[in-house]
Design a binder for this molecule. Sequence first.
Ligand SMILES: *[C@@H]1O[C@H](CO)[C@@H](O)[C@H](O)[C@H]1NC(C)=O
Ligand SMILES: *[C@@H]1O[C@H](CO)[C@@H](O)[C@H](O)[C@H]1NC(C)=O
Ligand SMILES: *[C@@H]1O[C@H](CO)[C@@H](O)[C@H](O)[C@H]1NC(C)=O
Ligand SMILES: *[C@@H]1O[C@H](CO)[C@@H](O)[C@H](O)[C@H]1NC(C)=O
Ligand SMILES: *[C@@H]1O[C@H](CO)[C@@H](O)[C@H](O)[C@H]1NC(C)=O
Length: 404
Amino acid sequence: MGRSVASMGLWLLLVPSLFLGWAAVASADRFHDTSSNKTSSSGALFWSTAKEEVDLLRNPQAQEDSTEAVANDDSDGGFSSLEGMLQWAIGHSDPAKLKETSQAVQRLSHSELKQRQIELKELMEKLKMPSDAQLMQIAIADLNNSSLSLEDRQRALRELLVLVEPIDNANDLNKLGGLAVVIEELNHPEPDIRMVAAWILGKASQNNPVAQRQVLELGALSKLMKMVKSSSIEEAIKALYAVSALIRSNLTGQELFYAEAGDIMLQDILSNSSIDIRLRRKAVFLVGDLTECQLENVDKAELPFFSNRFFLKSLVDLMASDDLDLQEKALVAIKNLLQLRTPEPLVFKDFCGLDGALERTRQQLQNLMADEYLKDYAVDVESLRSEVELIFHRKMGKVIRVPT
Ligand SMILES: *[C@@H]1O[C@H](CO)[C@@H](O)[C@H](O)[C@H]1NC(C)=O
Ligand SMILES: *[C@@H]1O[C@H](CO)[C@@H](O)[C@H](O)[C@H]1NC(C)=O
Ligand SMILES: *[C@@H]1O[C@H](CO)[C@@H](O)[C@H](O)[C@H]1NC(C)=O
Ligand SMILES: *[C@@H]1O[C@H](CO)[C@@H](O)[C@H](O)[C@H]1NC(C)=O
Ligand SMILES: *[C@@H]1O[C@H](CO)[C@@H](O)[C@H](O)[C@H]1NC(C)=O
């Protein structure tokens, strides 16, 4: 890290207050770290604000959106490397001092802050700030150094985690040899290291067929699937996130997933209510995604898994969850499954008790609509629920009429 610390130190000395001016505008919410413990705080600044990401999968624009949000509507496109540099620098600064200065900065008016932001940008252009690619190179070289301390390894990974967010950076990662290095970290003895490595791979592959293909070709899927069973729940969650991002809309990836018993893995998670709800949400979301992919590829033979009555029942049972998000994701999956050819309508009716489940969910949602904060969400889920009911009854109607 020698060269990077030296060069970064130079301009940090030059511009601490300007720097923080920009930082406060651009990412004030990230400055919540109150620790005065230098060794443990560097990554924490970014740690807790990272988005719960699977939901982003819904929105192909998400990567751009989040970059923009960070850049605080200053969408001239020049912020991605600024952002990368910023978090690099924060990772190498004294958090006590940062906090003190950022509090001072918070007292400035918005226009003063904007002015500082502009000044800082100009200054950084003059100073020829390192590009994101250079920052990634440094982090990759660090990770590739077996004598790196655990703490520095964690820091390098967290830097990469933020750096791979813009799709161009994610695409550069492999060119720089970064994917292989990050995949190697999946074997690290520390669960926290493995967790961030999985998270990076997920983020890089999310809505990005190029990175998706590269990670699949490097053979990381099977390792990530094993990590989903980790006793560290955070590791399991990020591993499933990465698995999901890797096989989304990619039939080759999905075949590998099923070959590694991905269906059994999902069924184990869906049917076990003691498992952390975050992992269960991700599993149901993935089922929704896989079934949607099947619907879009009508020529592809439908998997026996999709007609498995225990699997179908697990999903129907999830509708009774008091977690609205889980309920919604289960409804999406059931809606897709009802539109496939092979699952038997009578299995939904008799074995799964879909009629009763739909009715109970209806009542539950009616009650939630009285809640000021949940009302809009409950209305959306109810609209989905009634759609499912309609599709189900139509499908049952066909069954009843067929014998004539
Ligand atoms: C700083 O963090 C380390 C590692 O987390 C911990 O062992 C140490 O006690 C902390 N020191 C202070 C002053 O909080
Ligand atoms: C690896 O890291 C150690 C400790 O930080 C450092 O002394 C050494 O120079 C690094 N090696 C390379 C090849 O960068
Ligand atoms: C990692 O280090 C090895 C030597 O230990 C080297 O051959 C390899 O090119 C390095 N990889 C990257 C991505 O820097
Ligand atoms: C899916 O990934 C494979 C690599 O495993 C790649 O060859 C293929 O082009 C990808 N397909 C799509 C649709 O992205
Ligand atoms: C359900 O999950 C819990 C927590 O992960 C685990 O201890 C238990 O063995 C699981 N039960 C079954 C039947 O797999």
